[in-house]
Design a protein around this ligand. Sequence first.
Ligand SMILES: [Zn+2]
Length: 254
Amino acid sequence: MTLQFNRLTPLARAEPMGDVGWGSRAIALIPQGTVVATFGGDAVDRRGFDAMPATRRERSIQVDDNLFIVGPPEREPGDAVNHSCEPNCGPRSATQIVAWRDISVGEVLTFDYGTTDGSDYDQFPCACGSTLCRGQTTSDDWRRIDLQQRYALRFSPYLLRRLACSTRARMLTKKERVEMLATYDRDPAKALSVALRAVTGRVHDRLGDMIHASHLPLDVKRAICDGDVTACDALVGGLNEFAGEPFVAAVSPL
Ligand SMILES: [Zn+2]
């Protein structure tokens, strides 16, 4: 038996598909609810992800705010399910794709990458041909109300967590701003964590995860996570001056 990182249902087959590279096609009727693909590989954070060769990054899936599963060095049948803006499959867990309806022989398996990916690493012009095509996929597609409704929130768990927390997102109170400034010099990471938990509603999350879920530029995210004094000072200044408004907006779907 040959062990593989990725599993494709035996009801489908991977094959070259012209401009989009490889894809997977049903070779037998795939009943609704069938797990069509289970993704595996190396688990890396964004920094590790960016260091991977493009041939592996294109076979990857985001599974948390700062965690990606990247396919093995050699292509496997199970790591080729392409994007569509009108998909026949979608996520059942962070690493499993399930058939959302019965899929006929010959149909190409697709899922909407907006249901799993919330980072800017995989934004691309889309020509999926659907009347629902967005024309461009972005890291913010999961925030779209139309997609949330059409897919009935069948999103990757970490995106659902973001949405759930957004209902608790709020501005810092004056007392919290004073407390943040009073503790910042002694322990910047802790002071920022406490403030950001209040602002984002992500009460159990680590600083790095909250930062990576925000709209800040990637170089700023990295600088803050590395403890860069200038970047952290700018963040605490922003939280104080604007009482956290940029970060409420960053994690809120509204
Ligand atoms: Zn499309």
